[in-house]
Design a protein around this ligand. Structure first.
Ligand code: ATP
Ligand code: MG
Length: 444
């Protein structure tokens, strides 16, 4: 599956990229206008200069003794000329030229108006009824440099503005999406069994209906689950009395029946009824585990709860349980004592039922609130182990059971924000089965 695209990243990059492109477009536009205006200013200066020099040249040439002779204009000070000019007659003979002027760069035939060559911009004007022409040349390099510098001056601020706008957009988008992120966190951090409505203030108008829809859905889900649970709990409860009555009747029937097939049949029915009673008891436990209310308001000391539960089993199991408690006096966690009792009952029952009969069952609690129930016996294959916490899933054992014990344990563990891990073989051994439950350890 493709990983979803972050809205924040998309908006941040998209906005900055779009803005940068627009800026670049605007800069290029501004640069073209500046270039045009610069050219106009340069052209006007060129034209002005030609118009200034021309009358002086006419005067000078007409005052000469031999007017048709070429003459270099002497300079007062040695310098490199920026503008050069030629004064020619209508046939193109040079009558006067500035001292740096190179005749090759000018048009062959004198003319009027602006012309452009590879390297020069030329302007021509005439006097004395088009018998005298002046042509003035300006190198284009100068204009190009001016245009280049204008472009740099326009682009340079962008270098600083782009990162600032990226940062600004990113921050702005982040602030705008803050409530959406808070909503996501609220969804992520809630426990698996928490179906209460999610309330996050000031969600954007686009997300708000979505959050409403999610809340409606949660509400419907909660009602459906509650109905299912109360049905399970009620039916299990309602079954209890008739089951107990029938069991008593069948026991009496078995005792009263003569030795033979009738008594055997009565014994079979009695066993089936016991299984049924156990199943209804497990269903009630599951309904309680799923019904919530597994967290206690005040932290509970797990040590006396554990000691009490183990004590109960001790009597019925013939002292097979080895209990190891932490050196510390108390270990606190927020779990409802009834739920803790159900959890322990299921884990210890399993260990006694499926563990090797001649070996003890180890029950231990550390001061970090790690509960472990370990028994000996053949290891369970990994593939089977993975699915044992699902409802009605059983291993290969011949012993009777409904496959709900570990599902009940898992539901309780999830409901109190603890974690449960199954291991087989048990850690550091070659066989056996180990269940570890890590509770949230609280200060007392
Ligand atoms: N301590 C254990 N040692 C070995 N196998 C176990 C242990 N605990 C559970 N199992 C295996 O996991 C299966 C599922 O256990 P779970 O407690 O969920 O159901 P169950 O014991 O079969 O029935 P129920 O507990 O509902 O009467 C068991 O059938 C058994 O094969
Ligand atoms: Mg069990």
């Amino acid at each position: 599956m493709k990983s979803p695209i972050s809205l924040q990243k998309r908006l941040g990059l998209g906005l900055t990229l779009g803005m940068t492109l627009l800026w670049l477009g605007a800069t290029v536009g501004a640069w073209l206008v500046v270039q045009h205006e610069l050219n106009e200013a340069f052209d006007s200066a060129l034209e002005e200069t030609a118009q200034r020099i021309l009358p002086l040249a006419v005067l000078e040439i007409s005052n000469r003794e031999a007017p048709r002779e070429a003459q270099h204009v002497a300079t007062l000070k040695v310098h490199k000329e920026y503008l050069t000019y030629l004064v020619r007659d209508e046939l193109g003979r040079i009558l006067m030229q500035s001292h740096d002027a190179n005749p090759k760069i000018f048009n062959k035939q004198p003319g009027e108006g602006f012309t452009t060559t590879d390297k020069y911009r030329l302007y021509g004007a005439s006097a004395l009824r088009k018998t005298l022409f002046i042509e003035i040349a300006e190198p284009l390099a100068h204009r190009r440099e001016a245009a280049r510098e204008a472009l740099f001056a326009l682009l340079l601020p962008l270098l600083a503005l782009i990162p600032i706008s990226l940062l600004g957009t990113w921050l702005f988008v982040r602030i705008s999406l803050r409530s959406v992120l808070a909503y996501r966190r609220a969804l992520e951090t809630r426990g698996a069994g928490d179906l209460s409505p999610i309330n996050v203030a000031r969600l954007p108008a686009e997300i708000d209906p979505l959050a409403d829809a999610v809340n409606h859905l949660l509400e419907r889900l909660r009602k459906t689950l509650e109905a299912e649970r109360s049905f399970t709990a009620n039916s299990a409860h309602e079954l209890r009395t008739p089951l107990a009555a029938t069991l008593a009747q069948i026991q009496r029937l078995r005792q009263e029946a003569p030795e033979g097939p009738l008594r055997l049949r009565a014994a079979k029915i009695e066993n089936s009824l016991r299984d049924l009673a156990r199943l209804s008891e497990k269903l009630m436990q599951l309904a309680k585990a799923e019904g919530g209310g597994l967290l206690s308001e005040a932290p509970q000391d797990l040590i006396p709860l554990l000691a009490h539960a183990v004590d109960e089993w001790h009597r019925s199991s013939g002292q097979r349980i080895e209990l190891r408690l932490p050196a510390q006096r108390s270990v606190y966690s927020a779990i409802d004592p009834d739920a803790f009792g159900i959890l322990l009952r299921n884990l210890i029952e399993n260990a006694l039922k499926y563990g090797a009969v001649d070996q003890p069952v180890e029950v231990s609690l550390t001061d970090q609130a790690l509960l472990q129930v370990i028994n000996a016996g053949p290891a369970v294959p990994e593939a089977v182990l993975q699915r044992l916490t699902e409802r009605f899933v059983r291993g290969t054992s011949e012993a009777s059971g409904s496959g709900l014990g570990l599902a009940i344990a898992k539901t309780i563990v999830l409901g109190v924000n603890a974690t449960m891990a199954l291991a087989s073989p048990a850690t550091g051994r070659e066989e056996g089965f180990e269940v570890s439950v890590q509770f949230l350890c609280l200060p007392g």
